[in-house]
Every structure is written in structure tokens, then in C-alpha cells.
Design a protein around this ligand. Structure first.
Ligand SMILES: Cc1cc2nc3c(=O)[nH]c(=O)nc-3n(C[C@H](O)[C@H](O)[C@H](O)COP(=O)(O)OP(=O)(O)OC[C@H]3O[C@@H](n4cnc5c(N)ncnc54)[C@H](O)[C@@H]3O)c2cc1C
Length: 666
């Protein structure tokens, strides 16, 4: 090989001088090798000497050999233990990082082709012949490709249902990183995962369409694909995870605002920010216009608004300052308009104050107790409440407005609520029971989760007499401590959302027992139920809520399918018969599974070179250094749904560190 290399080099260079150099190199390598052999020979001699000495020492050691052996055995065992722990930890980390990819490694057949049912129509629209694997599996239709839908798909056991996913977006968005996309800290594709890759795991099909209506009697969902028209898709079980849309509060001029919910939104924000800077730097732009262009207004001081402000600040402080004149930088204004008296008001007050101070240091203006009345092409009108309660109107020029003031029902979710008007009274979400089953669908075949749904929490006070009767076993109309503990145990199982509050009643039994007789009478019981009711609120619209609900639903659906398959629930045949008794099926399935229970794992907020986390019950973390920023990033990195996005994010963050964010506008 060595000679081949020489020949190749010689021929490619082709000069006498080069040949001479090559020969000299060969000679020197030969000499070096000889020297190495000599040295090795010497070493070998040296090693044999060492071996002799060691042998002598071993013989000398003689009697104390046993002890030595023991200590060398224990050091061997120690080394072995460290190796095992190290390899185990490495393998666990590797598996954890790649587990989604391993799960996606599915060599099964591609999904079945979806066809139309020949010549059949229902209410004027054709019917899709949804997949049927022919082994009696139920048809499971999942609407949406967001947090709730994806965690259901990732938890569902394969080969239990014929799955079809319907969503207008053929990808999942990792929404917590969407604010980072608006300024190019991470790229668009790094926060997306194709829904077909996720659906493949359960052998499911995907249809790019939006659901517009459901016929709960017939068990058909009406879907619409832009430009392709509408069609009915039959289901046995339906999961509604369609999310929510931005709330408008009836404010005029929202067409001049950006929203931040989709990749298209993030893309247009990124273009708009750069366009404003490029226009502002033009020598022909008047000074007032420059100021207007560089005024960025954020309506809404919730996590999305605050994280966008923080990302914008990072972009200005870390990148734009190197590429735009100082005079332009000095004109930049970032303003948050918040209707409440603090930003991040859903988090612990310590975090709200920390965020406000952090923003003050970063020259981000926070205007609280203010309501936006109107947005025009170039300005924003808002009112501020003064100390005496009167309203003062302000109008300021703006070059960019982000509207992020909360969420409301989508037209499809509204349609569902209208179809089930007798059971759906909530105007903000689809109401479900604690098993995530939509109220009003008697057989429990329709589930709703995530931002579009809200679990009905118990109004204990309205059932006070039944509850009081069920709590005490004696005839003296008072509840003993033991009876009360037993009652709380039963209720916590029934209403997991109230479990911690119910438990606190047991812990504070003496406090509620006002006459200190060691028993609870009806009046005292009423105070207890009032206490629990006042603490029960709807779950927040968070990715972690949708994610936990999806995991619960994936497990529940798998369990039910297995129970039907094993005959622990009536077979398909008898189910057909009992279609006449949908409540009976609903009750049976309810008894077969546990209700959903939510565990709050903390809410994170990025605040521009600072981050805060609220773990509930007064536990909060806040840090304003690089460690906090990287901690925030590592949490989201670990929550990615695939190895692909983990790698892309690593590249993006490294790229940003080395070269800064991309300033191109396209
Ligand atoms: C910018 C931003 C940042 C956020 N940051 C955080 C955070 O840091 N932490 C946190 O916990 N939460 C965060 N959230 C909230 C979180 O993203 C939501 O709570 C979560 O996405 C809700 O999940 P979901 O499945 O209900 O809905 P989504 O994830 O919104 O998914 C809804 C899906 O339904 C599809 N769809 C819509 N209409 C239809 C229809 N008619 N038929 C079929 N499909 C339909 C959509 O295309 C989408 O795929 C953030 C949200 C945003 C917008």
C-alpha cells in the first residue's frame, strides 16, 4: 500500500524533484520503522525484566497473597460495576434520544388505499370506504395533527384499530419553539414532524382535509379538502383534537395583525420584521416613518406574547446590532399591551414580577390594565384604566402588531357543540366527562382533548345531600374522621381533578370541624364542598395538558380494544345488538377504565437570556443567565417527538452560536 501511494504520488506529480523527495520520505520512514523495532525490542527486553520483578514480588508476597487477591478481585469488581453503570447509562441515554425513531422503524405494509363507496351518497355527499383490515377491528378516526392527536397516536398499540388521521396540516408543530422560529433562532423544519411518519407506527392512513361536521347518529364525520369538495368518513370511535383559534374580543382591524399559531404565521412574521428594518434604514425614509416601522407591539402578556418579545430582544441584541446603524437600533421599541395588572398572570406572582423586571432591563415596555380597541394599518388604539376607574384612550403608531390574547372555539368545534346543544353548555370548549368522552354522545364513542375540550369538573355543592348520605354510615347524621377519609378516597377516584383538594380536607379536618366534636355535621360539610368547588378550575390550554390527555387516551383505547378481543367486554356481535342501548355500552366502558388525572409538571417561559419555571403550589424557578437559557433549551430538546428534530435543533442552535441568526428576507 505504501509503494502504491508512492507510485500514485510520483505519477501525479511527475517531476524528478518530486521523485527524489518521495524516495527520501520512503527512506526516512524505513529508518523510523527500524528505530521503532529497535525501541520495541528494547521495550520487550524491558517488559520481560518487569515481568521477572513482578514474578519475584509475587513469590515474595506469598503469605499475604490471599489478601492481595481479595483486593485485586474487589478492584476488578469495582471496575466491572463502573463499566456496567457507564454502558447502561450510555445505552439508556441513546435509547431515550432515539426511541421515537426506533418506534417509527416499522417494516409493515404501507397504509391501505382509501376509496369512495361506489355510487353511495349520504345527505348529498359521497362516502369514503375507510380501511378495513377484515379482522373485526374498529375504525378509529383522529381529527387533528397537534399535541393531543400525536400523543394519542404515539401511545396507541399498533394493530388494534384501523386508524385514519384527518388534518389540514400534514405535520405536527412543536409549538413551544414557534416564537424562536419567528426570528430565525431555529429553522421552520426543525419544529415540524411529518404526520405520516407518526401515523405509520400504527399502520394508519392520513387524509389532508378539515372536519366540518359530525353525524353522531350515523357515526359519520364530514370532511372537506380545499378544492376537492366534501365527503363522509365513517368511524366507530372518533377523537377530536382540532385545537383552537385566536380569540378576537370583537376588536376592529385584526387583519393588520399577525397571529402566531402556524408555520405560515411564523414565516410571515420573520419576513415582516426584516422588511421593516430594511425600509427603516433607507435614506429616503422620513424619521417619523422610521420610528413607526421600528415600533413592535405585542397584544397579550401571556407566555406566547412574552416569549416572542424575548426572542425579538435577543435578535436585536445579538444580531441586528452588528449589521444596522446605531441610529436605527436606538429607534427600536418593543411594547407589550396587557389587559391584566401583570404579565404572565397565570404563573406564580414571583415569576410575573421577575419577568417584568427582566423586560424593564431590556427596554421592553409593558403597559398593563389596558385594552386594545382598534388596530389600523399604521397605528394601534388602546384604553388604559386609571386609579379612579376612568378610561383614557391612547393612539400610537406601529410597524408591526402580534395578536396573542387567548383562544376561542374553531367553527368545527362550535358545530359539534350545536349538534349536542342539550349537553354542551360551555361556550369556550367541548365539555367532556372525566374519561375525555364528549358529553351528550351516549355510547361514549367520541372523545375530545387538548385546547378544544374542557373536562367537566364536579359541582359538589349541587349534590350535597346525596354526598352527605353516602359519606356517613351511622344514623346520627354526622361523619366521623374514618368515614370522611373513606369518602374522600372514593371521591378522589371518581374525580381525579379534585383529588388534591379533597385530600387537603382530610389534612384540615380539625379546621373544618368548627365545634371540635370530632365529627362533621351538614353545615360543616357544606363549607368543605364549597372549599373544593372554589378551587376547581378548567385545565389550562397547554401542550402538556393535551399531551397527557393524548397519552391517557392512547392507553384507554388500547385497553378497551384488548378487553373486547379477550371477551372481557361483550363481543362485536352483542355490541351490534346493544346499539339500541348506547348508555349501557357507555357505562360498561366507563367501568373498565380509570378517569383521566392531570399532573402539572411546571410551566416554562423564556424571557430573553433569562427563563422562569412555575411548578405550582408556590414552587418557582427563575434564572437570568446563560445556564437558564440552556436549561430551557434542553427541556424542549428532550421533549422532541423524533430524533430527526433533535438533530436539526442541535444544528440550528450551534449555527446560531457560531454565525448568528440569518438576516435574509424572502
Ligand atoms: C406560539 C405558541 C407557543 C406555545 N408555547 C407553549 C409552551 O411553551 N408550553 C405549553 O405547554 N404550551 C404552549 N403552547 C400551547 C400549546 O401549543 C397548545 O396548548 C397545544 O398545541 C394544544 O394541543 P391540541 O392538540 O389541542 O391542538 P393543536 O396542537 O393546536 O393542534 C390542532 C390540530 O388540529 C388541526 N385542525 C384544526 N382544525 C381542524 C379540523 N377542522 N379538522 C381536522 N383537523 C383540524 C390543526 O391543523 C392542528 O394540527 C403554545 C402555543 C403557541 C401557539
Amino acid at each position: 500500500m505504501f509503494s502504491t501511494a508512492l507510485t500514485t504520488r510520483g505519477s501525479s506529480i511527475g517531476s524528478h524533484k518530486s521523485l527524489k523527495t518521495a524516495a527520501a520520505t520512503a527512506a526516512s520512514i524505513y529508518l523510523q520503522r527500524t528505530a521503532i523495532f529497535d525501541r520495541l525490542g528494547g521495550r520487550a527486553h524491558h517488559y520481560s525484566q518487569i515481568a521477572d520483578i513482578a514474578k519475584q514480588a509475587k513469590e515474595k508476597a506469598g503469605a499475604s497473597g490471599g489478601q492481595r487477591k481479595k483486593s485485586s478481585r474487589s478492584s476488578f469488581l469495582r471496575t466491572l460495576a463502573w463499566w456496567t453503570i457507564g454502558t447502561g447509562a450510555f445505552a439508556t441515554l441513546g435509547y431515550y434520544v432515539a426511541k421515537d425513531e426506533l418506534e417509527a422503524l416499522d417494516f409493515s405494509e404501507p397504509p391501505q388505499e382509501l376509496r369512495m363507496l361506489d355510487g353511495k351518497q349520504y345527505k348529498g355527499y359521497p362516502i369514503i370506504d375507510s380501511p378495513d383490515s377484515g379482522d373485526g377491528r374498529q375504525k378509529l378516526v383522529i381529527l387533528g395533527s397537534g399535541w393531543g392527536a400525536v400523543s394519542t397516536l404515539k401511545t396507541l398499540e399498533p394493530n388494534l384499530y384501523d386508524v385514519v388521521v384527518v388534518s389540514p396540516d400534514n405535520y405536527f408543530i412543536f409549538t413551544p419553539l414557534l416564537p424562536s422560529v419567528t426570528v430565525g433562532t431555529v429553522e421552520f423544519r426543525s419544529v415540524l414532524e411529518a404526520i405520516r411518519r407518526i401515523t405509520k407506527r400504527v399502520g394508519g392512513a392520513y387524509i389532508e382535509a378539515g372536519a366540518v361536521d359530525v353525524d353522531f347518529e350515523k357515526k359519520y364525520v364530514l370532511i372537506e379538502s380545499p378544492g376537492e369538495g366534501k365527503a363522509w368518513l365513517p368511524y366507530d370511535r372518533l377523537v377530536v383534537g382540532v385545537g383552537a383559534q385566536s380569540i378576537t374580543h370583537g376588536t376592529k382591524g385584526l387583519e393588520f395583525c399577525h397571529k402566531l399559531k402556524t408555520i405560515a404565521d411564523a414565516r410571515s412574521i420573520r419576513g415582516h420584521i426584516m422588511a421593516n428594518f430594511e425600509k427603516a434604514v433607507l435614506p429616503t425614509t422620513p424619521l417619523e416613518e422610521k420610528r413607526r416601522l421600528l415600533t413592535f407591539v405585542i397584544c397579550g402578556g401571556g407566555p406566547t406574547g412574552c416569549e416572542f418579545a424575548a426572542e425579538l430582544y435577543d435578535f436585536l441584541a445579538e444580531d441586528l446590532k452588528h449589521y444596522f446603524p446605531k441610529s436605527i437600533q436606538d429607534m427600536v421599541k418593543v411594547v407589550i399591551i396587557q389587559s391584566r395588572d401583570h404579565i404572565l398572570n397565570m404563573m406564580d406572582s414571583v415569576i410575573s414580577e421577575f419577568a417584568e423586571k427582566a423586560f424593564e432591563r431590556r427596554n421592553i415596555t409593558v403597559i398593563t390594565n389596558s385594552r386594545v380597541q382598534q388596530v389600523t394599518e399604521n397605528s394601534i388604539v388602546y384604553t388604559t384604566k386609571t386609579a379612579d376607574g376612568s378610561l383614557v384612550e391612547h393612539e400610537v403608531p406601529q410597524g408591526f402588531v402580534l395578536w396573542s390574547t387567548g383562544i376561542s372555539l374553531t367553527p368545527f368545534t362550535k358545530q359539534i357543540c350545536e349538534n349536542l346543544i342539550d349537553s354542551q353548555k360551555n361556550r369556550h370548549a367541548i365539555t367532556t366527562d372525566p374519561y375525555l368522552r364528549v358529553k351528550g354522545v351516549l355510547d361514549g364513542s367520541v372523545y375530545a382533548l387538548g385546547d378544544c375540550a374542557s373536562i367537566e369538573y364536579p359541582h359538589l355543592l349541587t349534590h350535597i345531600s346525596e354526598l352527605f348520605d353516602s359519606a356517613h354510615h351511622t344514623k346520627d347524621n354526622e361523619i366521623t374522621r374514618a368515614e370522611f377519609s373513606d369518602f374522600v378516597r372514593r371521591m378522589a377516584k371518581l374525580y381525579p381533578s379534585a383529588a388534591s383538594h379533597l385530600q387537603s380536607l382530610v389534612d384540615n379536618f380539625d379546621h373544618f370541624d368548627t365545634d371540635h366534636n370530632g365529627r362533621i355535621c351538614l353545615d360543616e360539610f357544606e363549607h368543605m364542598l364549597q372549599y373544593v368547588d372554589s378551587r376547581l378550575t378548567a385545565l389550562p390550554a397547554l401542550a402538556q395538558v393535551a399531551n397527557q390527555e393524548g397519552v391517557y387516551l392512547g392507553n384507554t383505547l388500547s385497553r378497551l380494544a384488548r378487553m373486547y378481543a379477550r371477551g372481557q367486554l361483550p363481543s362485536q356481535g352483542s355490541m351490534e345488538l346493544s346499539k339500541a342501548y348506547p348508555e349501557e355500552i357507555g357505562r360498561m366502558e366507563k367501568d373498565a377504565v380509570a378517569p383521566f388525572s392531570y399532573h402539572h409538571r411546571g410551566t416554562l417561559a423564556y424571557l430573553g437570556r433569562a427563563a422562569a419555571a412555575d411548578f405550582g403550589e408556590g414552587k418557582a424557578y427563575k434564572g437570568s443567565n446563560l445556564a437558564a437559557k440552556y436549561l430551557w433549551r434542553s427541556v424542549y430538546w428532550s421533549q422532541q417527538v423524533s430524533l430527526r428534530t433533535r438533530i436539526l435543533l442541535m444544528f440550528d442552535w450551534t449555527k446560531e452560536l457560531l454565525f448568528g441568526r440569518d438576516l435574509s428576507k424572502f
